[in-house]
Design a protein. Structure first.
Length: 161
């Protein structure tokens, strides 16, 4: 999910068991808006371990369907993307030498690792809320090992003949 989609989540967007999230809004520059693409009202699947953490978090959020999952200091408003980045994420990434990373890098990493794991490109694109072409052409980066393996297979196919 895009950062604005995550920060635009309210309790009503999360299934009771935490395994599905409905994306139909985002936070953009402090305003509630529609998602970036035509993928509004898409359902995002949440894997079991993350769903367990999400269920724990929902206990803190409460039962109010309009409660923000990630509220600002003012619980009536969602937290801003830059506040999350600078207050929580960037300093932790700096500790491991990844202070240069950003949300876009994380999205690209998600696409690339999914591709390497053999996840269907259409499924992966649907999860991120964009088309398969964008998923493969823009986000997915093949690893050096995969490229080396492909080059060796091609070399073997050509030289064996």
């Amino acid at each position: 999910m895009r950062p604005g989609e995550i920060l635009g989540l309210q309790r009503r967007h999360v299934s009771e068991d935490g395994t599905q999230i409905t994306v139909n809004q985002r936070v953009y520059r402090g305003l509630i808006d529609t998602p970036k693409t035509d993928a509004a009202n898409r359902t995002v699947a949440i894997p079991p371990t993350t769903a367990a953490y999400l269920r724990e978090w929902l206990e803190y959020v409460g039962a109010n369907p309009d409660a923000w999952l990630f509220a600002s200091e003012n619980p009536a408003k969602p937290i801003w993307r830059d506040n999350v980045w600078y207050r929580h994420m960037k300093r932790r990434l700096k500790k491991v030498g990844l202070e240069w990373a950003n949300f876009q890098v994380m999205r690209r990493t998600h696409a690339s690792l999914g591709h390497d794991a053999g996840i269907d490109p259409k499924v992966s694109a649907d999860q991120r809320g964009h088309g398969i072409g964008v998923s493969l052409d823009v986000y997915t980066q093949s690893s050096a090992k995969k490229r080396a393996d492909a080059a060796e297979r091609l070399e073997n196919a050509v030289l064996v003949a």
